[in-house]
Design a protein around this ligand. Structure first.
Ligand SMILES: [Zn+2]
Length: 235
């Protein structure tokens, strides 16, 4: 397992503790041989949790990096070579996985009904926002978007993970994003929500949409010509 092994894990709710080994320590930052802590990226905040080992325990307060994932710990970091156990804060992880999967629904439905293109997003525990670009944003109804999202949440669609090539994705009409922005690597981690959406994504997601709580509109803000920032939260 390399440090990117966490990307192979799906679903992302309730991750189990995992065993690993400290391979590098720089000040308060440690690197593990393998990790399942999610690092900040793709608009999604990092996991938190604890790292335990024989005779000690430290809190993980920040996680960053992609190929080399670094964990910032509070307390004296365990030395290189220490066998450790990583325990992810499942409450925070699950909240983020639910918010993130809801974002896939929002992006797909804004595209389906109004041709809106997601040009940015920030997943949060309290509130999540997406920036949507429209040809004519006056036609867009954020209230209706929220209604459509709740319909699909209630429909309890299965959320699955797959690995597919870029060429394969180009011929799939359920892909909403601009694939020209995706690097042409041999295999992409793809998240599939039933008939609704297919999206290359390295974030964390739920197993089926039914576990997502009902969403409500938080606020709508203009972000310039044709662009709106829509925020939602859980009821
Ligand atoms: Zn995602």
């Amino acid at each position: 397992m390399d440090t990117d092994a966490r990307l192979l894990l799906h679903p992302s709710e309730y991750p189990s503790p995992f065993s690993s080994k400290v391979i590098d320590v720089q000040d308060s930052w440690i690197r593990l041989q393998s990790t399942e802590f999610y690092p900040t990226g793709g608009g999604q905040p990092h996991d938190t949790g604890i790292i335990t080992y024989d005779g000690g325990e430290v809190s993980v307060i920040d996680v960053k990096g992609r190929n080399e994932v670094l964990h910032q710990v509070e307390g004296t970091p365990p030395p290189i070579g220490t066998v450790v156990q990583g325990v992810i804060d499942v409450e925070r992880r699950s909240a983020l996985a639910r918010m993130h999967t809801a974002q896939h629904l929002a992006s797909a439905l804004a595209h389906e009904h109004w041709g809106g293109v997601t040009v940015g997003n920030q997943i949060g525990i309290e509130s999540t926002r997406i920036d949507l670009q429209f040809e004519n944003r006056d036609l867009f109804s954020p209230e209706e978007l929220i209604e459509f999202m709740n319909d699909e949440i209630k429909s309890n669609h299965e959320v699955t993970m797959d690995n597919r090539s870029l060429d394969d994705l180009k011929s799939d009409s359920r892909v909403r994003i601009d694939l020209n922005r995706i690097p042409n690597v041999s295999s992409l981690r793809v998240i599939d929500i039933d008939t609704i959406d297919v999206c290359p994504c390295a974030g964390t997601h739920v197993e089926s949409t039914g576990v997502i709580p009902r969403v409500v509109l938080d606020r709508v803000k203009s972000k310039g010509a044709g662009k709106l920032r829509v925020s939602y939260r859980f009821e």
